[in-house]
Design a protein around this ligand. Structure first.
Ligand code: MRU
Length: 349
């Protein structure tokens, strides 16, 4: 991949009938795209973390549906291609459980396809492209809204990767950091390394450095000690699913960081498009939390590092209660101190 402006990094690229995905398992050492030509390949890429980050997963799934529509309609142009398509939608929906953007994108495609008479292929492709373009636009808008909340020049901290790599472009939390940095409001960016997949040290650091934004990494357990120094004023993160009361699911370790932030007077900003908000769940208690293989913790780089016989508990998301959240920034506006009524008002608007 040629060197690009950082906010031009694209993890998900649609190329007339096939999808190119930047293999995020290999970053930052290799910048390699894999090509997906059907929904099964997209589902596998989501499951195996080639593409990750809630909005990027949703965008990829939209294109997966578009490719499935072409295949199913070619096989049964006069027959019931819609019924055959259900197998593809199920396959995509089963790829990962926590990021609601996946299910949101599938449902958006399904709802549109229900209205189509005749050839659905061009309509499906156009809708997937719209999901993609809307995500970039939302991120740019949220970047401005979030940056406006940062009143004084300060250090900020982030967790995981909620950047261009995790979205269709520009990023959610990193979109705010990009915008605030451009406005001269950011003195330093601290990023948790984010064990065990190292989205912080591999992906966030790579993105920010390509954008000319200095970044300092810290071990996940070092956050409280950093916040105690007083330099960090905002913890800025993305989300995989936000419940109707404002509880926020995000990468494991976010809850831990949020508790430390409240204790030390650091504010917590959650940046996410409304496609991440799940109004069907009253609280975060109902959000399904993905558990991944024990080996992700017991080994490193394919080499076992834990004592033989040790077991591992590996939930990869946690839920931060709304009471610890100072602001949820969406493309529809900002919700301060979120609760059920404020979230309902945002979504009704
Ligand atoms: O397991 P991942 O890498 O898909 O987890 C990603 C996160 O937790 C992100 O913070 C979240 O999806 C928001 S991305 C804009």
């Amino acid at each position: 991949m040629a060197q690009q402006q950082l906010d031009e990094v694209r993890a998900v690229i649609w190329e007339k009938g096939r999808l190119r995905l930047l293999d995020q398992r290999l970053l930052p050492l290799q910048q390699t795209y894999i090509v997906c030509s059907d929904a099964a390949a997209v589902a596998a890429a989501i499951r195996d973390m080639v593409v990750r980050g809630a909005p990027a997963i949703g965008v990829a799934a939209g294109y997966g549906v578009a490719m499935a529509v072409v295949a199913r309609y070619a096989a049964a142009p006069a027959g019931d291609w819609r019924q055959a398509l259900e197998a593809d939608l199920t396959l995509l929906a089963e790829s990962r459980p926590t990021a609601v953007n996946l299910f949101w994108a599938i449902e958006r495609m399904r709802t549109l396809l229900e209205t189509i008479n005749g050839d659905p292929c061009a309509v499906a492709e156009a809708e997937a492209c719209r999901i993609d373009a809307e995500d970039v636009a939302a991120n740019r808008h949220m970047g401005k809204l979030g940056a406006a909340l940062i009143e004084q020049r300060c250090a900020v901290m982030t967790h995981c990767n909620a950047g261009a790599l995790a979205t269709a472009g520009y990023g959610t939390a990193l979109g705010v950091i990009r915008a605030a940095h451009a406005a001269g409001k950011v003195s330093q960016v601290y990023a948790d390394e984010t064990r065990p997949w190292l989205q912080g040290s591999r992906l966030t650091a790579w993105e920010l450095l390509h954008d000319g934004i200095a970044v300092t990494l810290l071990a996940d357990g070092a956050g409280a000690h950093l916040m105690k120094q007083g330099e960090v004023k905002w913890l800025i993160v993305g989300s995989d699913r936000i419940a109707a009361n404002g509880d926020v699911a995000n990468k494991i370790g976010t809850y831990h960081a949020a508790i430390s932030a409240r204790y030390h007077g650091v504010k917590l900003m959650v940046v996410a498009p409304t496609s991440t908000i799940d109004m069907s769940l009253a609280t975060g208690e109902q959000i399904p939390i993905e558990a991944r293989a024990e080996d992700e913790l017991l080994s490193f780089g394919g080499q076992r590092v834990a004592a033989e016989g040790a077991r591992a508990w590996n939930p990869v998301f946690d839920v931060t209660p709304a009471e610890l959240v100072d602001a949820i920034v969406t493309e529809r506006g900002v919700v301060l101190q979120p609760d059920t009524a404020k979230m309902a008002a945002l979504m009704a608007g």
